[in-house]
Design a protein around this ligand. Structure first.
Ligand code: ZN
Ligand code: ZN
Length: 290
């Protein structure tokens, strides 16, 4: 059960410490305990000290900022940093991709290959570092939140996300040394073997990326529900089908100019930014009450 010091009115943010939680908010007059935040069950006849009769989540969790109001601030800060990394690095990666394509394109005409090859290695390394940093951010987002009732703790979502992150990171680590193996070695017989190994790694990598995308969306569906962000909860649900749909339509409509991935990325980035802002607000509010 949350420490009552953090309880606030969900409508007007009024500090409800010491007030009868079964009644009305003294500031805005709305019912303090209305609906279960997890299953929408009507809690007007339920005591704030009881559990929701429908889903079993403590009724007190439906008051105010939600269950994260009692989460230790150090943990919230880590999760916040994870969201910050994962969201900020999306535009950074897009800019980096554009800049390196431009740079490599302008160097491609130079007969001296040494600069081109040097820049190519730099582009390769920085791109890998960016992916590593995003994965690091997601490992922070996936940190377990203690003290939640098991039914809303997001355990299956977290298990899948961690598994997907570890799988993707493993394939990622394997792919780096393999990409340095020349495509046409001596003897020629080895060339075919290396080619098929490279294609296999590429396909497994693509598959693990798709799994990671859905694992992240499933996790976000749970997390947005926990922080009571209905708009982003809807987004996380929509992106399950709209993501691949926009991707495919973008590829077909623009005939090779890849606009689909950018739309999906923008929607996805925007969702992470919204959640990050919510977390910041929850942290500020909890700090102000403490
Ligand atoms: Zn109020
Ligand atoms: Zn409920």
């Amino acid at each position: 059960m949350p420490d009552p010091i953090h309880i606030n009115c969900i409508n007007c943010n009024y500090n409800l410490v010491g007030i009868d939680l079964a009644g009305l908010c003294p500031e805005c007059g709305s019912r303090i305990l209305e609906k279960c935040f997890w299953c929408d069950y009507d809690l007007t006849n339920t005591s704030p000290n009881d559990n929701c009769p429908e889903c079993g989540v403590p009724a007190i969790n439906s008051i105010g900022d939600g269950v994260l109001a009692t989460t230790p601030d150090a943990l919230l800060q880590s999760i916040y940093t994870g969201f910050k990394l994962a969201s900020m690095l999306i535009p950074v990666s897009v800019i980096w991709l554009m800049a390196s394509l431009f740079l490599l394109g302008s160097l491609a005409w130079n007969p001296d290959r040494s600069t081109f090859n040097l820049v190519l290695i730099l582009v390769f390394l920085v791109s890998k570092l960016l992916i590593l940093a995003i994965l690091f951010g997601w490992s922070k987002i996936a940190l377990p939140i203690p003290g939640l009732p098991e039914s809303i703790a997001g355990t299956p979502q977290r298990k899948l996300l961690k598994l997907a992150l570890i799988t993707y990171a493993t394939i990622f680590a394997i792919s780096i040394p393999i990409s340095f193996i020349p495509a046409n070695p001596d003897p020629a017989a080895a060339s075919e073997l290396i080619g098929s190994i490279k294609i296999t790694i590429l396909l497994i990598g693509l598959l693990s990326f798709i799994v990671l995308y859905y694992a992240q969306l499933w996790y976000m569906q749970w997390f947005t529900k926990l922080i009571k962000n209905k708009m982003m909860h809807k987004r996380a649900k929509q992106m399950v089908w709209s993501g691949p749909l926009i991707l495919v339509c973008g590829l077909i409509l623009t005939l090779g100019i890849v606009i689909g991935p950018f739309i999906v990325l923008a929607l996805y980035w925007n969702m992470l930014v919204h959640i990050r802002k919510d977390l910041k607000a929850i942290r500020q509010h909890t700090q102000a009450l403490a």
